[in-house]
Design a protein around this ligand. Structure first.
Ligand code: PLP
Length: 425
């Protein structure tokens, strides 16, 4: 017998992956330059230069140690991170297993960096290195869900994989509706849907798919509601802050709100995929707030979920790279230009959307109520855009503008034709 839940997760595939595959097909047929693929959040810009230097340096150091068989050759290489030195790792260390939860020194470097930057007090012993944010979410949810009635609240529109990870962990995904004028969560709805079965709330800022960055005011209000509810129901309600776009903010007046400062029962889920443009390398971490209730047991449960899911020891090479580049990011000016151009051009045509403060997505109103139909029609114009039903709301579409400038410039005429099709219908 085959597990029917897994079979349907596999067969259904995400709408985003589906479009991504469709894009490959269209590119073969019409030529890549004639297809406008806005389907997936795959960074289009280079990682920071220091990433390549670090890879080279790590190999140099490890090779010399290995060839000599002992650490008798001193190779002095300066790290791009002044607070961290190159460690002499043998080739076997570099490519071998680390501790299941990640190398201790790497976890220490992550904690030190975050503590200094955000004036918090994370503990390396409560950090688990993961294969990206996806694995981090999957094991955190597995650690929190223990009963089929357990509920996890997600703020719509939300990253579609949340539902998959929640259901895989055996719980129920409960969406909270947004205010459509700013895509902040509707707090009245939040108050109503939190109940005795609520185990956690997932928050994602900057947001995929809207690009919205939550400010201190709304985060304070969310924290107050959850605090009141956990007292009412007499059990912790954890806040999982999913932060793969943490540094990807364009608006200086909207700094990132560090959630553990606002709410003790919080868990950070981070990924280096988008910020240093390495999604294929699969590296990130989960950090349990030391002030969280049962923090140590919660951490052990996350370790256990990692073990049970086969997610132990995130890729070693990239673990060892992280401390050196933790203070670096890709040059986001291209994304900033892309969104400015796209927003202005689409608004001039007549499309409606709010200007995003971060991430690399634009969430636009579809020109007919059925967003799936709209996205399908867009394929006739070689435009690959994701229907919003995938994100738990209807009537919108998502554009991933982490693409080359040319793709954006050349797509405008197609967006205009699509607009005219609906207006003249
Ligand atoms: N969370 C959100 C909101 C995302 O947009 C993504 C990827 O697009 C992930 C998690 C998964 O990221 P990773 O590539 O690090 O697994």
């Amino acid at each position: 017998m085959i597990n029917s839940d897994m079979l349907s997760f596999g067969k259904e595939r995400s709408a985003i992956r589906e479009l991504f595959e469709k894009g490959k097909e269209l590119k073969q047929k019409y030529g890549a330059e004639n297809v406008y693929d806005f389907s997936i959040g795959n960074p289009s810009i280079l990682p920071p230069r220091e990433l390549f230097d670090t890879i080279k340096n790590l190999f140099m150091v490890s090779k010399i140690v290995d060839v000599k068989g002992k650490n008798d050759v001193d190779v002095e290489i300066e790290s791009p991170n002044p607070n961290y030195q190159y460690r002499k790792l043998s080739t076997n260390d570099l490519h071998g297993y680390t501790s299941a939860q990640g190398d201790e020194e790497v976890r220490g470097a992550v904690a030190n960096y975050i503590n200094e930057k955000y004036s918090v007090s994370l503990d390396k012993n409560l950090i688990y290195m993961t294969c990206g944010a996806a694995a981090g979410l999957a094991i955190t949810l597995k650690a929190l869900i223990s009963d089929p009635n357990d509920e996890i609240i997600v703020f719509a529109p939300y990253f579609p994989e949340y539902k998959v990870f929640i259901e895989n962990a055996g719980g129920k995904c409960v969406p909270c509706i947004p205010n459509f004028n700013n895509f902040y969560p509707d707090l009245i709805d939040l108050e109503e849907i939190v109940n005795e079965n609520t185990r956690a709330v997932i928050i994602n800022s900057p947001n995929n798919p809207t690009g919205v960055v939550l400010d201190d005011k709304i985060v304070t209000k969310i924290s107050e509601i959850l605090d009141k509810k956990q007292k009412e129901f007499n059990h912790p309600i954890y806040l999982i802050s999913d932060e793969p776009y943490r540094e990807l903010i364009y608006n200086d007046n909207k700094p990132f709100t560090f959630f553990t400062k606002f709410y003790d029962n919080s868990i950070i889920n981070y990924s280096f995929s988008k910020v240093v443009s390495i999604p294929g390398e699969r590296i990130g971490y989960v950090a349990v707030n030391p002030k969280a209730e049962n923090a140590i047991d919660l951490y052990y449960a996350i370790c256990g979920a990692g073990r049970a899911s086969g997610y132990v020891c995130a890729p070693s090479l990239f673990q060892f790279i992280i401390p050196h580049i933790i203070n670096k990011k890709s040059d986001f000016s291209i994304y900033k230009n892309n969104v400015k151009y796209l927003y202005e051009e689409l608004s001039n045509i007549g499309y409606e959307c709010i200007y995003p403060d971060g991430a690399f997505y634009l969430f636009v109103k579809a020109l007919c109520p059925d967003d799936k139909e709209f996205s399908k029609k867009a394929l006739d114009y070689n435009l690959l855009i994701v229907p919003s039903t995938s994100f738990g709301v209807s009537g919108y579409f998502r554009i991933s503008y982490c693409v080359k400038e040319d793709v954006i410039k050349n797509s405008i005429v197609k967006f205009k034709e699509l607009y005219n099709y609906y207006k003249n219908k």
